[in-house]
Ligand binder design. Structure first.
Ligand code: NAP
Length: 320
């Protein structure tokens, strides 16, 4: 069951106008709010339907500095939320359904209220694409992962699968050979989409075995993943791989739909930044995976949140 981190923080009754509204409550959003609230900017976080973001679907986090023995993803996010609230951030667990960045103050409409703000930080993150195989959701965080950097070290001396044929899949497969005995790359075509240099590196790696024209049919196990059935789409032959995990690396979708027609995106659909964390609209900033398709880590999202908050504070000071 998904962890629940909603707090007692009540909806603002009369107050609908804030200095800054942060859309999204992952590491970027919470960190931004800690900084803006400490800078005495009245801050509202609208958390969306999954407060805490992707880390709510993770188990142990070993690479977030400050936790010598690691910390569970949901616990990390609950702690960040409590810290934001202690600094004075108002948090509402509602979903933004529309925004107006064309008029000042900016308007943000949720299912239940309309809010106004002088500055906005978009921290809505990105969602890893799912393969849609049977068992994928059931074994998520129990052997199915969407981040090799995050979870690779948990698969020492095991045999694992990587799904995908792009640069991410090659990068993850190569990285995972540091830990795993063997990495099976399952790709639906007979050629890779990845760049030549990444392909060559993967082909040279003796721990990687490629399965061409192959799709994942089912993920099986009891407590954790123990078997994956794959099908060759040219012959329809089904095979079972005895593996401990599956890394899905078939791309991400930035959560930007809400902002279409309001701000500029880059060629891959992520928010385009013009000047540090500033978007093309003066007063609208972005932080975390919604603009960053390179690093995608909790710590880098948090760092971008900090940067956006400092940029917002400067923007509001200069505006006055
Ligand atoms: P990507 O380039 O879009 O590749 C996605 C891969 O997943 C493709 O091989 C695609 O197969 C496969 N795929 C998509 N949907 C699938 C599904 N439902 N079932 C099975 N397979 C599916 O995504 P990415 O690899 O995450 O890369 C995103 C961008 O970041 C790219 O521009 C990439 O170059 C860049 N990047 C660069 C580096 C680097 O330079 N080191 C590292 C990571 C990412 P098809 O080929 O059949 O469509």
């Amino acid at each position: 069951m998904q962890a629940e981190i909603r707090s007692e923080n009540k909806k603002p009754e009369a107050k609908k106008k804030f200095d800054v509204i942060i859309i999204g409550a992952g590491p970027a959003g919470y960190t931004a709010s800690i900084y803006t609230s400490r800078a005495k900017r009245e801050t509202l976080i609208i958390s969306g339907i999954l407060p805490g973001g992707q880390l709510m679907l993770t188990t142990e986090v070993e690479n977030f500095p400050g936790f010598a023995n690691g910390i569970m993803g949901p616990e990390l996010m609950t702690t960040m939320r409590q810290q934001a609230e202690r600094m004075g951030t108002t948090i509402i667990d509602d979903e933004v359904v529309n925004v107006d960045f064309k008029h000042r103050p900016f308007k943000i409409l949720t299912y239940s209220e309309e809010y106004e703000a002088d500055a906005v930080i978009i921290a809505t993150g990105a969602t890893p694409r799912k393969i849609g195989a049977k068992g994928e959701q059931e074994f998520s965080a129990r052997g199915v992962s969407y981040c090799a950097t995050c979870d690779g070290p948990f698969f020492k001396n095991q045999e694992i699968v990587v799904a995908g044929g792009g640069d991410s899949a090659m990068e993850e497969a190569i990285f995972l050979t540091k830990f795993a005995n063997k990495v099976h790359v399952i790709h639906r075509k007979d050629t890779l989409r990845a760049s030549k240099v990444m392909q060559d590196r993967a082909f040279e790696n003796k721990k990687i075995q490629f399965h061409w024209n192959t799709v994942i049919e089912e993920i099986k196990g009891s407590q954790k993943v123990s078997q994956i059935t794959v099908k060759d789409v040219t012959t329809n032959k089904v095979d079972t791989l005895e593996v401990g995990g599956l890394f899905v690396a078939i791309g991400h979708e930035p959560n930007t739909k809400l902002f279409q027609g309001q701000i500029e995106f880059d060629a891959q659909g992520y928010i385009a930044l013009k000047n540090h964390t500033q978007t093309n609209v003066d007063g609208v900033f972005a932080a975390g995976d919604v603009h960053d398709h390179r690093y995608r880590q909790a710590i880098t999202a948090a760092a971008f949140g900090c940067m956006a908050a400092i940029d917002v504070d400067k923007y509001l000071s200069e505006r006055k």
